[in-house]
Design a protein around this ligand. Sequence first.
Ligand code: FE2
Ligand code: FE2
Length: 133
Amino acid sequence: MAIQWTSDLATGITTIDDQHKELFARVNKLLAACSQGRGKEEVGNIIGFLEEYVVTHFADEEKLQQESGYPEFAAHKRLHDAFKSDLAKLKDEFEAEGPTLRFVVLTNRVVVDWLMKHIAQVDKAFGNYLRKA
Ligand SMILES: [Fe+2]
Ligand SMILES: [Fe+2]
């Protein structure tokens, strides 16, 4: 199983789209590792990657939203903050219990669900706003 970047996920903002593509690549690395029975080896790497990624990527998006007076800024930021807290919970669990199979499955679900929904819906909505502004 792999997730596919397609042009209908594009926000039209190059830096943001490039960051999203990198996220897809990293998630695909985890999914590939899982299908080869190496999910437990890879899951710690993606948690580490995501911790840094969310800080830069969310900050970049939020800055653009504030600068452009985006009316949905507060709601969008709330979704970012909720994902950050989900990620912090994942990290705590990883540190407490290590890469159990349940943890690998949970990480896949949280990350893939969030990624697909958030980019396709709210990030894209912001891209549309910015293009019209
Ligand atoms: Fe994003
Ligand atoms: Fe976002």
